[in-house]
Design a protein around this ligand. Structure first.
Ligand code: GLU
Length: 563
């Protein structure tokens, strides 16, 4: 058969560049020895998940710890799955977590010499190579219809055989010249398939950069390389792109491991040296006592949006993922608590070989710690960023009063105290801790119901009224406390804890019980940071309003009616 003629008939494009010329168009990069060229190659489906961030972080670290390049390529060969704005969303989401690309789709960079970075815009390159493979007898047209392929699959399944297009099932592999031209004359749609040279009788060892040596079976499937619309499949496109974008290390999920023999064969027939492959293990979670893969359907925490909406501190998410990527990162952070994670020597071969456990509770701890280290100003910026995007209108209003919020943050973060407090876990929860400092979001709580001790109106009244009378915002902490003790004693509480401990039967409670009555009236909560400081922040007028017994009773009545 005249294969050149066949190639022209199947891919008639006149002005394709010869395949060899691409070696000059995309020359090897001028990178130092050992520099890794890595890429994130998502399909623009709009769903960007934790796995993407996990692999992007590994890619970014692998590139930047070796003086290499990390680029973004968009694998948009499947038009049906494409979603408007998906590319911007990938870039924006990763940027939120501090991960930036050096080059690639929508990245404004002088390095962009290996583009276009959208696969659809590279159709000619793929077609040029498909044509070459046809000329070499390494690819052929297949005219099988979807129905025929379904029937083959059914038969294979019934016979418990491997499904696919291979061996005797590869019907179009041996079409005669006449048959092919007849089909073409009839205008029958066709795809181009690889004429696999492999055999499942042969096994070989492959070295994965994470999993180490793996024994795999050669590919014998005549996979589709160009679809009927002339657009390549992922398999074909990625091999060509990784070669010409001069990728040295492909980091991708282990779900691709089963396609590896196909990919290695494609590199071979195309005449390329394959990049190194690193297959990352899946992210798992504990579900009761069992460990299972994170699932898009069951686990909202798989979506990256989840972390932004919940307001986890982005650096905490990255640091926690670093622990999942390289288990010795945790030890490093203990030695370098204030250190920049970028100074840690990330190693691809130290990544876990199987199921990486993702523990939301641990992430929460890391997030708390990172937030507790911020200055009040930086914490304000972080919370404010969240409020602007996800907060209620009332939050937005509150955040206009930066000075007031900074005062609150100084208190709830324990700034200036002996030890920082870790009350803020994430923005969504942290912003709610500010609620009682504002009248419109303060939730009155019925002291009588909430207070643990003597609930008589007389006792509550004595504490609230007694303290309202003597409260002076100019008092320092010890003066404030001395007044509290006096008010507590007058109301029948033990002013000194030692008295309370020695003779509890003589008192209505201890001074801290009296403080609890005040606290509930002022904050609506039984627990809070230092009450004296809270009162200072709230201001005298607001405090007296909240301590007013009549108003308290009226609020109780209103709340009871509402229920
Ligand atoms: N486009 C593939 C995906 O979105 C990328 C796989 C790879 O990194 O090679 O899963």
């Amino acid at each position: 058969m005249d294969l050149k003629k066949l190639a022209r008939a199947l891919i008639p494009d006149e002005n394709l560049l010869p395949p060899e010329s691409y070696e000059e168009v995309y020359p090897p990069r001028n990178a130092e020895k050992g520099a890794e060229i890595t890429r994130l190659a998502p399909s623009p489906t709009g769903f960007i998940h934790l796995g993407n961030l996990y692999s992007a972080l590994a890619d970014e670290r692998a590139a930047h710890t070796t003086g290499g390049v990390f680029y973004l390529r968009i694998e948009d060969t499947d038009e049906k799955r494409k979603v408007e704005g998906a590319v911007e969303s990938v870039i924006r989401s990763l940027k939120y977590f501090g991960i930036k690309f050096d080059e690639g789709a929508e990245i404004d960079s002088p390095l962009n010499k290996y583009g276009p970075y959208y696969q659809r815009q590279r159709a000619e390159i793929y077609r040029s190579f498909a044509k070459k493979l046809i000329e070499e007898g390494l690819a052929y047209p297949c005219f099988c219809s979807a129905e025929e392929l379904d029937a083959v699959r059914e038969k294979q399944t019934a016979n418990k055989e491997t499904t696919g297009y291979y061996g005797a099932y590869a019907k179009c592999r041996n079409l005669s010249e006449k048959e092919i031209y007849n089909f073409l004359a009839q205008g029958k749609p066709f795809v181009i398939r690889l004429k696999s040279q492999g055999s499942i009788e042969n096994k070989f060892t492959f070295r994965d950069a994470i999993k180490g040596d793996i024994t795999v079976t050669e590919n014998d499937q005549d996979v589709v390389i160009l679809k009927s619309d002339g657009i390549p499949t992922y398999h074909f496109a990625h091999a060509i792109d990784d070669h010409f974008m001069r990728t040295t290390l492909v980091i991708r999920g282990e779900e691709w491991l089963s396609s590896l023999p196909v990919h290695l064969e494609l590199h071979k027939v195309l005449g390329f040296k394959p990049p190194r492959y690193a297959h990352t293990c899946s992210l798992m979670k504990m579900d009761g006592a069992t460990k299972r893969k994170l699932s898009k359907r069951k686990d909202p925490e798989l979506s990256l949006d989840y972390y932004r909406k919940a307001g986890y501190y982005p650096l905490a998410v990255v640091k926690y993922l670093m622990t999942v990527l390289n288990s010795n990162f945790e030890e490093w952070t203990l030695k370098n608590p204030e250190g920049d994670y970028r100074d840690f020597k990330f190693k691809i071969d130290k990544m876990g070989k199987s199921g990486a456990l993702f523990d939301l509770e641990k992430l929460c701890d890391v997030s708390k710690t990172e937030i507790s280290r911020l200055s009040a100003e930086d914490c304000f910026d972080f919370l404010n960023g969240w409020v602007e995007e996800f907060g209620f209108e009332s939050d937005k209003k509150h955040f206009e009063n930066k000075e007031y919020i900074i005062k609150i943050l100084n208190l709830i973060m324990g700034i200036g105290g002996k030890k920082r407090r870790k009350d803020i876990e994430r923005a969504e929860q942290g912003v709610r801790l500010l609620d009682y400092f504002f009248d419109d979001t303060f939730t009155h709580t019925d002291v009588f119901k909430t207070y643990r001790g003597d609930k008589s109106a007389e006792t509550v009244k004595a504490v609230l009224e007694g303290f309202a009378k003597v409260y002076d915002p100019a008092d320092d902490n010890s003066q404030w406390f001395a007044k509290l003790k006096a008010v507590a004693s007058a109301a029948g509480f033990a002013g000194e804890t030692s008295d309370w401990k020695a003779h509890p039967e003589n008192y209505k409670g201890s001074v801290s019980d009296a403080a609890e009555i005040l606290r509930i009236a002022l904050t609506g909560k039984a627990n809070s940071p230092d009450l004296c400081t809270i009162m200072g922040i709230l201001g005298k007028e607001r405090c007296l309003e909240r301590l007013s017994v009549e108003k308290c009773f009226a609020r109780n009545a209103a709340a009871a009616e509402k229920n």
